[in-house]
Design a protein around this ligand. Structure first.
Ligand code: ATP
Length: 569
């Protein structure tokens, strides 16, 4: 397909902020898109492979600027100047391509295949001369690009497409294009996407119009799925009412979700954001091989840190660096050991278990996981219909430094990617949120040159948009001893800058933080309509994606329950 067609689609999508209109535009495009061009769907989300692939474009603003300079003959400084005044590097590229100084005799017509081919070579390059090779792959595309193609190539390279398309819009557009907007079909498509995590694969089946064939998408060891998520309850009674009695009650460990895949002798570990973290946890690979029976399986678990000497469980923030750190693995493994608590199994010896009831999956866990305390164990659990026993268990969990409890229906299936009403969490009323950094401000005086204030956003789950909810400046410095300071956060955030205006910068929404706050207030100053009073940094959440953060709906709920508490008690 001509890349021009895709760039025109991007323009059309960019021209409206209405979700329904976007869905219709996309739906028309899908009807026309041949199956052989299915990989164009990756480009629609700014990717070059399915979401879970480790291979990302990974090009900095600086290199993109260099490439624009090479392709247009305009020097770097002038490009940066334009960028600061216009704000959007894509638009700068569009403008400069219009006034291209160099001859365009060498240019060819761009196709989406060619764009994918060159972009896919970028993450493969290693070693000497990498930068030059990357540069020439990008320049090759730029020299053939028309102004609007250049705009979207640039936005793709720097990871900021700005067309407002989420996976959910793509799902709805497919339902509209191939199943006449059927609600059931939209659900089936969502389920298929959560299982496959590969839009092109789902598109291929959907285009044929056979809903039943979506069932054929099967789980595969080595291919991550989106995890099942819980809903909140305030009391044990509420939990029993929702689930029926008896039900399973487990510790809600304060760690991070770890999906364990095994086939033959190979073990692969994924976080819930589908990131492969096998290299970071060699000891876990070992535990799985030694202490879990079975030729092939996918386990769902929570890895939790503990103190090597006292064996007391530690909060997530003290081990979060293990998820990202790619060096000193052995040292870190000794200093920050983790225990894996297995709480679900979704695949075993070549068979999917997602349609089996929890009691059956649970029994299998007990059979195949040979508990090794402080290494790998099945999650601490009771099965009960007694409120008193459940309450005791809850208290024990808190005393053991865990977050609270999970209550689970024994009859329920495993639904990938869903927040389900048959897995419930109960924890003490705490004012904490997971938010993403979308902007920042440079400091003054002692902090000049460093970003010292960070703009945080929650997510509107209906539109997928990130909505600002407050600024955070305090709490970071105090955490210096745990490896987080303004300086470090600045270093993390700087490569993600997509727009600069005076002291304020816009940041690609990538970095997820846990924060605590004193109160939520209504506020016209932020796009969410709410503002947090005194937000304070708790920890980085490298295990969570921006799609997993607190939603506007949750914040509205917290806001009204806070008001109720204030009034009555
Ligand atoms: P939270 O911030 O409360 O962890 P969340 O939105 O990240 O919420 P939920 O699914 O709502 O995730 O809450 C359950 C989370 O608790 C799981 O995602 C998992 O990481 C963790 N967890 C700890 N222990 C268990 C357990 N025994 N069973 C299921 N999940 C557990």
């Amino acid at each position: 397909m001509l890349y021009k067609k895709l760039a025109e689609l991007y323009e059309e999508l960019d021209s409206t902020s209405k979700r329904l209109e976007k869905t219709e535009i996309l739906s028309k495009f899908f009807r026309y898109l041949p199956e052989s061009d299915r990989e164009t769907l990756y480009l629609l989300l700014g990717n070059i492979y399915p979401e879970y692939s480790k291979k990302k474009i990974g090009i900095s603003n600086q290199l993109t600027i260099k490439a624009i300079s090479k392709a247009t003959g305009i020097n770097d400084k002038e490009i940066v100047k334009e960028w600061k005044s216009i704000g959007d590097l894509g638009k700068v590229g569009e403008l400069l391509t219009k006034h291209k100084k160099q001859s365009t005799l060498a240019s060819h017509v761009l196709t989406t295949q060619k764009v994918l081919e060159n972009l896919r070579k970028l993450p493969e390059l290693e070693g000497k001369g990498t930068v030059d090779k990357k540069l020439s792959l990008i320049v090759e595309l730029f020299t053939s690009a028309s102004p609007i193609e250049a705009k979207y190539l640039i936005r793709t390279l720097i990871g900021d497409l700005r067309i407002g398309i989420q996976e959910s819009t793509i799902k709805e557009a497919m339902a509209s294009a191939f199943f006449d907007k059927d609600k059931e079909a939209a659900k089936e498509l969502e389920y298929a996407i959560d299982k496959a995590n590969d839009l092109a694969e789902v598109f291929d089946i959907a285009k044929k119009g056979k809903l039943k064939d979506l069932d054929k998408i099967s789980l595969e060891v080595g291919k991550p799925i989106k995890v099942m998520l819980a809903q909140k309850v305030k009391t044990i009674e509420e939990g029993f009412n929702a689930l029926g009695k008896p039900c399973a009650i487990e510790y809600k460990y304060d760690g991070f979700r770890l999906l364990i895949h095994k086939k033959g002798n190979e073990v692969i570990l994924f976080t819930r954001r589908l990131e492969n973290v096998t290299k970071q946890f060699p000891e876990v690979v070992d535990y799985v091989k030694k202490y879990v029976e079975g030729n092939s399986f996918i386990l769902d678990s929570e890895a939790v840190g503990f103190d090597e000497k006292t064996k007391i469980y530690k909060p997530f923030q003290s081990i979060s660096q293990r998820i990202r750190r790619k060096y000193d693995i052995e040292k870190l493994q000794k200093e920050l050991p983790v225990e894996v608590n297995v709480f679900d199994i979704i695949y075993y010896n070549s068979k999917s278990l997602i349609d089996e009831p929890f009691e059956k999956r649970n029994a299998l866990i007990k059979k195949i996981v040979h508990n090794q305390k402080y290494k790998i164990i099945s999650a601490k659990q009771i099965i009960t219909d007694s409120k008193e026993k459940a309450e005791d268990f809850y208290k024990r969990a808190l005393k053991d430094n865990q977050e609270g409890i999970m209550m689970k229906s024994l009859k329920a299936l495993y639904k990938p990617g869903r927040r389900v009403g048959y897995m419930l969490k109960m924890k003490p009323e705490e004012r904490d949120l997971d938010l993403v950094i979308v902007g920042a401000e440079y400091g003054t005086g002692k902090r000049s040159g460093w970003l010292s204030s960070f703009i945080l956003a929650c997510r509107d789950s209906k539109t997928g948009k990130f909505l600002e909810i407050g600024k955070m400046g305090t709490g970071i410095k105090e955490k210096e001893e745990e490896g987080m300071s303004f300086h470090e956060l600045t270093e993390k955030v700087k490569p993600l800058i997509i727009e600069e205006k005076g002291k304020t910068v816009k940041i690609k929404p990538r970095i997820v933080l846990s924060i605590t706050y004193q109160e939520i207030q209504k506020s016209p100053n932020y796009s969410s309509g709410f503002a947090l009073r005194f937000p304070r940094f708790t920890s980085l959440r490298p295990d969570r994606s921006p799609n997993d953060i607190s939603t506007l709906e949750e914040i509205k709920k917290d806001f009204s329950s806070q008001k109720r508490n204030y009034k009555y008690g």
